[in-house]
Design a protein. Structure first.
Lengths: 175, 129
């Protein structure tokens, strides 16, 4: 039985903790604390170290999921959490001002890790506001010389999270 | 930017508590109050250290300590101590949304450091709303 480590990142409030909770077979490990800044208008708690969950794929492959804090001040945790990781899921909150810029920012910040592994983009909260069409995300990836799957997902849905994980595992297997 | 604010009087009170701590143990060379989500609020450093970075890191460290305690079926994490070859970093909760971090050289007596820190937390918690 093999084990793989996948990292989930994205802007604060994108749903990283929710995604891990939706799919983990064990109660997720959380490091949520009260928000004391402008983010408190959006949510009461935020992840300050990591989330952790695990699941087993059909071929008995064990997947360990690590969620990062979203805020840039926790960049040191990003560097710690990607160690030994095999792929990255970037959640992009489409209700934010510039989701394309958010995606680019995370692609840039994890560029060294992505260059050695791979990534999947999950667009969340697509139904709540006018957001750039899917094509624009693919174009933005192409402009950076990247070809990664982009999905519209509801991270509260186990099936949607599983879709991103399956896509990432496939991407890594065939790259 | 954190919405947690300490008044001028409050900041002065914190500084007096920090001064007392440094007087009680000359090994203490840094005291920092930050928020649980990683913003620095008030500090007294005897040497240059990145307060904003330390604030974020200490919120992660404390959260991990508290989470590890729960996973190990232990309750009420009192302190997280990072013991290094040339010093100690001790951090603990200060009321619901704040974190107190004390940085000391290796010549600190860990028992004394506990005592000084606990006493400081009691004073600060009483004063800070």
């Amino acid at each position: 039985m093999s084990e793989i480590k996948i990292i989930i990142t994205g802007t604060p409030g994108a749903g990283k903790t929710t995604a891990i909770a939706a799919i983990s077979e064990t109660p997720p490990v959380r490091t949520d604390t009260a928000t004391t800044d402008e983010l408190s208008e959006v949510k009461e708690q935020t992840t300050v170290a990591m989330d952790f969950g695990e699941l087993t794929l059909e071929d008995d492959q064990k997947v360990f999921l690590y969620g990062t804090p979203g805020q840039r001040r926790f960049e040191f945790m990003w560097k710690i959490l990607v160690q030994g990781g095999l792929g990255l899921i970037i959640l992009v909150d489409c209700t934010r001002e510039d989701p394309l810029a958010d995606m680019k920012m995370y692609l840039e910040n994890f560029s060294d890790f992505i260059a050695e592994t791979g990534a999947v983009i999950g667009l969340v909260k697509r139904d709540m506001t006018d957001t750039p069409p899917l094509d624009e995300f693919y174009q933005a990836l192409n402009q950076q010389g990247l070809m990664f799957p982009v999905f519209e997902v509801d991270v509260r849905e186990q099936g949607d999270v599983a879709l991103m994980i399956d896509a990432l595992v496939s991407l890594l297997e065939y790259s | 930017m954190s919405q947690v604010r300490i008044s001028e009087n409050g900041a002065q009170f914190c500084q007096s508590v920090f001064d007392d701590m440094m007087t009680q143990s000359d090994a203490v060379y840094g005291v920092l109050i930050s928020t649980v989500d990683g913003h620095d609020v008030v500090k007294c450093f005897k040497q240059d250290m990145p307060a904003s970075k330390l604030a974020a890191m200490m919120s992660s460290v404390l959260a991990l300590g508290e989470t590890v305690a729960i996973e190990a079926d232990q309750q009420q994490c009192r302190y997280v101590i990072v013991e290094n070859s040339n010093g100690y970093i001790l951090t603990l909760r200060l009321k619901e949304k704040l974190v107190l971090t004390v940085i000391a050289r290796a010549n600190a007596n860990l028992g004394m450091l506990h005592s000084i820190t606990r006493s400081a937390v009691e004073k600060l918690a009483e004063k800070l709303k």
